[in-house]
Design a protein around this ligand. Structure first.
Ligand SMILES: [Ca+2]
Ligand SMILES: [Ca+2]
Length: 276
């Protein structure tokens, strides 16, 4: 009798451990790999979801979960398509990655994509590899076809002189004005770094981490604006760099908690039966 209870406890523990050690992400809402034939969202058909060597503008068809294709613009208007390309050299995974450069005469280049509006907790992950000049901004915000970041949520950027490249985050107060803080986390120019945002729309706060190292903010990071939901992500740059593996995910539904609850229940039952 005791043996079977121990076996049950062990199997529940295994389920719990599996749930905890499973995917690095919770439920993936949408992801983009800028690939054609290998890697995230790739398929055997040539030149889809991306054509290696060509723009990502209006591309990404077949990548499920998103509400729009990638949209590229420059200097706040149309253009920039040729400065946001899916290239093999820009790949962190698969056979393509995004190379994004400022559009000459326009100051910057911006790539934006919509996902189903999130009003609770979710995360945005991406791999980036930029040069030690200019800036890269990312300003996810309120979606629903709103083209400009009028309801900006979290904001982060890479900035600084060549000897002092670093990540900054905006600790917003909802006034739609930038309030930058230096995270003290170095941008390693020419190297891949993994940037993770955990966003809580309900409380209008967020956390920021690079390669698993969290920025220890003196107080919780706020949103720059007051978005009731967040439905797009973007990259706006005056720098030159590569971006790959963009993942929007929701937390795992209480699977781990359920599994732990079952372990506790099993232990309790086991203890009771031992006492009997
Ligand atoms: Ca890729
Ligand atoms: Ca393909």
């Amino acid at each position: 009798m005791l043996k079977s209870h121990i076996a049950a406890v062990l199997s529940f523990a295994a389920i719990a451990a599996g749930a905890m050690s499973g995917s690095a992400f919770g439920q993936i809402i949408a992801q983009s790999g800028f690939n054609d034939n290998s890697g995230i969202n790739s398929n055997p058909a040539p030149n889809t979801p991306f054509t290696i060597g060509q723009t990502i503008h209006n591309r990404g068809e077949g990548e499920t979960g998103w509400t729009t294709l990638w949209a590229v613009s420059a200097g706040g208007g149309t253009g920039g398509e040729d400065h946001a390309l899916a290239l093999a050299v820009a790949a962190r995974e698969g056979d393509g990655g995004l190379q994004i450069d400022p559009t000459p005469g326009r100051g910057n280049t911006r790539a934006l994509r919509g996902f189903p509006s999130q009003s609770r907790s979710f995360s945005i992950d991406q791999d980036i590899n930029f040069v030690a000049a200019g800036e890269l901004y990312s300003r996810p915000g309120q979606g629903g076809g709103v083209p400009e970041p009028i309801g900006t949520g979290p904001q982060w950027r890479i900035t600084g002189t060549a000897g002092d490249r670093h990540f900054e985050v905006a600790d917003g107060t909802g006034d739609q004005i930038d309030h930058w803080e230096n995270t003290g986390i170095a941008q390693l120019a020419g190297q891949w770094q993994h940037v993770t945002l955990n966003i809580d729309v309900a409380t209008q706060t967020w956390t920021f981490a690079v390669d698993g190292t969290p920025y220890k903010a003196p107080d919780p990071l706020g949103f720059t604006g007051q978005p009731a939901s967040i439905g797009y992500l973007e990259y706006l740059t005056t720098s030159s760099g590569w971006i790959d593996s963009v993942v929007v995910a929701a937390p795992e539904p209480s699977g781990v908690i359920v599994a732990l609850g079952l372990v506790f229940a099993a232990l309790t039952r086991s203890k009771r039966s031992c006492l009997r």
